[in-house]
Design a protein around this ligand. Structure first.
Ligand SMILES: CCCCCCCCCCCCCC(=O)SCCNC(=O)CCNC(=O)[C@H](O)C(C)(C)COP(=O)(O)OP(=O)(O)OC[C@H]1O[C@@H](n2cnc3c(N)ncnc32)[C@H](O)[C@@H]1OP(=O)(O)O
Length: 194
């Protein structure tokens, strides 16, 4: 069984996404947006260390290797971890739009179990934009980029101002991220157009 709720169906007046002219070129690795991000940051020993790459249009591909730290049932990836992989991949699409956005809704189909040691090959695209609302979908395959689908994700991201993080994040981490002398890293921590 598969499908999405009405909240994830773009309205009739939604428009196709527009790739930002300064978005990374197709094939380019996006790198971590924030070192301490559980999805992509190198500073999280048990994190997913997901590596996303820009594709054509407003698409990305990504890879995530399931380690023993990511288990739910013995030898299998935890469903919440797989949702994190989808969320992170879908979230990275917004860097191609150069829009700051957070996940408002994420729906997931779990199609096949994903064993520890598996490389999950993800691909994602923005399908439509309506005002602050960004609609996107992702799939995760196992056994190779053309292997069988193991997970699918459908998301609605909502555009926010950088104040969303400044007002709500714990001050210690916000101050550290904002005082990073590396301008691009500082911008990417908040997914802001540098
Ligand atoms: C220091 C670290 C920084 C890191 C930054 C990196 C970022 C990237 C990170 C990437 C990591 C991965 C990503 C992550 O993990 S992001 C982290 C997980 N997400 C969050 O924490 C978000 C928490 N939620 C909120 O803050 C607010 O609810 C937001 C901002 C989302 C909306 O509150 P806001 O007051 O602003 O707006 P609104 O309520 O007027 O809604 C606006 C429109 O949207 C529609 N709507 C809203 N929600 C839903 C819903 N659930 N289903 C369907 N529709 C929904 C709503 O009906 C309305 O539609 P319309 O009436 O206009 O038609």
């Amino acid at each position: 069984m598969t499908g999405t709720s009405a909240a994830l169906t773009p309205p009739a007046d939604a428009i196709p996404p527009v790739r930002h002219p300064e978005a990374p070129a197709p094939g380019e690795l996006l790198g971590a947006h924030y070192e301490h991000c559980f999805g992509c940051g190198g500073g999280q020993p048990h994190g997913l260390h997901l590596a996303a790459r820009a594709g054509e249009g407003v698409t990305v591909t990504a890879e995530f290797t399931v380690t023993p730290d990511h288990q739910g049932a013995p030898g299998l990836a935890h469903g919440g971890v797989l949702a994190t992989a989808l969320d992170e991949t879908l979230g990275s699409l917004n860097w191609l739009l150069r829009v700051i956005a957070v996940t408002g809704r994420l729906e997931t189909d779990y199609v096949r179990p994903v064993p520890v040691g598996t490389v999950l090959h993800l691909e994602a695209e923005v399908t439509a934009v309506s005002g602050r609302k960004i609609y996107s979908t992702a799939t995760g395959r196992i056994g190779g980029p053309d292997g069988p689908v193991a997970v699918r994700g459908y998301a609605l991201f909502i555009e926010v101002k950088v104040d969303h993080f400044i007002d709500n994040g714990r001050p210690e981490e916000i101050q550290a991220a904002m005082s990073d002398p590396d301008q691009v890293r500082r911008a990417r921590a908040f997914e802001v157009n540098p």
